[in-house]
Design a protein around this ligand. Structure first.
Ligand code: NDP
Length: 510
């Protein structure tokens, strides 16, 4: 199913079995039938025992030989060891990228750069199942999401920006678009390959070269992407990938030969990066956290809205910067929506991410699971009412039940802080003005959703919302042609579309 929509298909009960209970089960009851497991094969991808850094077109060990381990969050078992970059490796990677930018990539006609990007896009499609399985093993996200959302969107970004590489003069009419130079790119663990594509595709299309640091818990798809660069015969040094801890990210940001910094991650680290580049001429884009309002009016198609709410917050275990984590529902339909939501939650399947039936997989890392657990406990302590469907969690791995809070006040931590987990806070409103005030009452401003039958209401609300992306009667829709980014503590700059290209060029007069 596309775009993270969570499936609600039903199985037929075996002959002679007790017929399934109707919808409308009481709180906490699970639907009394089960799906047979449908595991995706791990054999589709060869997970190597060890991966090196990717610098100047070659795989190599880190300068001091140090490594770290990436773990499968669903089993807590190690997947592979990875070379851990040092400052010397940062210097080496930036030097390779600088040389490639000046001598090869920046000089290459756009139509030639495009050929490489098209080739990468095609190989990503050819190796899509491999990439999907590896992404699921490393992140804990359901295979149906990596297969149907992450990987197709990742290759779509390369297709899209490949198309722009020889048309920069049309993208910026009357101006000359020059590449910035070497871009430092730091990505998080929630959508590793997709975030890599959001950053690398526009950078390369515009003639820049890159040094990318993946998150330490999810380096594997970036390292498989390095193999794809080799397979596509990309000139050495155009793409460099250096897994390593946060301070290696900071060393990269501070490197004097970096012209552009693109970061996606927490607001806290975003602020540190902003401080580090202040006073330099480095160009910066920050894509940070969010606490999106998903607003449901009484005239909305309620069943459709319920699916959108579920997709908005339980897609990717809620580990989504633009997740619809605050549900604002008009008071007249609040009870009905909450009841339908509870019934729907009881049908979500939580468990093995490699099972094609799974709706909610594993939380990416233990620290994140602890953070979710702590914030949920704060919700209970502050007086909100907790609902979790009864469902068995696997004995091993980092799992969290889909969670819903009612009776939430705006002052509660669960209404203010980014939880980054499968936790929905339900608030109510009476008038559109009250909905706008509550929706904008946040330090963030990344995304929002509106559910109503009336287009006039959509337009009025959209203009009043302080959010970079507002979805109407849908949620979590992404497209390479559409810009994405935030206001306030959600960051600045846009990725995707022509705006995303703009972030990687310097415009000069003809
Ligand atoms: P971080 O912001 O710490 O991590 C994002 C990336 O930044 C990772 O590659 C990380 O490396 C790197 N990094 C960490 N410290 C530094 C530093 N000092 N300088 C440069 N780069 C650095 O996010 P966390 O993984 O710690 O998650 C914490 C919270 O952030 C989550 O609970 C969630 O609320 C939010 N978050 C938001 C995301 C978004 O998409 N907006 C994505 C991820 C998290 P390393 O992995 O090695 O630490």
């Amino acid at each position: 199913m596309h775009n993270g929509q969570v499936s609600n298909d039903k199985t037929v009960a075996p002959a002679g079995a007790t017929p399934p209970a109707p919808w409308g089960l009481g709180d906490g009851q699970a639907i009394p039938w089960e799906y047979a497991p449908a595991p995706e094969s791990r054999d589709i991808v060869r997970v190597r025992e060890h991966y090196g850094l990717f610098i100047d077109g070659r795989e190599r060990d880190s300068s001091d030989g140090a490594t770290f381990t990436s773990v499968d969050p669903a089993t807590e078992q190690p997947l592979a060891t990875i070379s851990k970059a040092t400052v010397a490796d940062v210097n080496r990677a930036v030097a390779a990228a600088k040389k490639a930018q000046r001598k090869v990539w920046g000089e290459m006609p756009g139509r030639e750069r495009a050929k490489y990007l098209f080739r990468i896009a095609r190989i990503m499609q050819e190796r899509a199942r491999e990439l999907a399985v590896l992404e699921t093993l490393d992140t804990g996200k359901p295979i149906k999401e990596s297969r149907d959302v992450d990987i197709p969107l990742a290759s779509a970004h390369f297709w899209y920006y490949a198309g722009w590489a020889d048309k920069l003069e049309y993208a910026f009419p009357g101006r000359v678009a020059k590449p910035l130079g070497v871009a430092a790119q730091i990505i998080p663990w929630n959508f590793p390959l997709l975030m890599l594509s959001w950053k690398i595709a526009p950078a390369l299309a515009a003639g820049n070269t890159v040094v990318l640091k993946p998150a330490s818990t999810t380096p594997l798809s970036a390292l498989l992407f390095a193999e794809i660069c080799q397979q596509a015969d990309l000139p050495p040094g155009v793409v460099n990938i250096i897994p390593g801890p946060g301070d290696i990210g900071m060393a990269l940001v501070r490197h004097p030969d970096i012209a552009k910094v693109a970061f996606t991650g927490s607001t806290e680290i975003g602020k540190k990066i902003q401080r580090a580049v202040a006073g330099t001429d480095k160009v910066l884009t920050l894509e940070l956290g969010g606490k999106a309002a998903n607003i449901v009016f009484e005239d909305a198609a309620l069943d459709q809205a319920v699916e959108g709410i579920v997709n908005g917050i339980y897609f990717n275990q809620g580990e989504v910067c633009c997740a619809g984590s605050r549900l604002l529902v008009q008071e007249s339909v609040a009870d009905e929506i909450v009841e339908r939501l509870k019934n729907r939650l009881a049908t979500l399947r939580v468990g093995d991410p490699m099972d094609k039936n799974t709706d909610v997989g594993a939380i990416n890392n233990k620290a994140q699971l602890d953070k979710i657990t702590e914030l949920v406990a704060s919700g209970v302590a502050e007086g909100a009412e907790l609902y979790q469907p009864a469902c068995d969690l696997p004995e091993r791995g980092w799992f969290f039940r889909p969670t819903l809070f009612t009776g939430v006040a705006q002052s509660h931590r669960i209404a203010k802080e980014e939880i980054f987990g499968p936790v929905l806070s339900v608030l109510t409103f009476r008038t559109p003005d009250e909905a706008i005030e509550k929706a904008n009452n946040t330090a963030y401003g990344l995304s929002a959703g509106i559910w109503t039958e009336k287009a006039s209401k959509v337009f009025a609300m959209v203009s009043a919302m302080k959010a970079g992306v507002v979805w109407a009667n849908t949620f979590n829709r992404f497209d390479p042609t559409s810009p994405f980014g935030g206001y306030k503590e959600s960051g600045f700059g846009r990725e995707g579309g022509m705006h995303g290209l703009h972030a990687y060029v310097r415009l000069e007069d003809r």
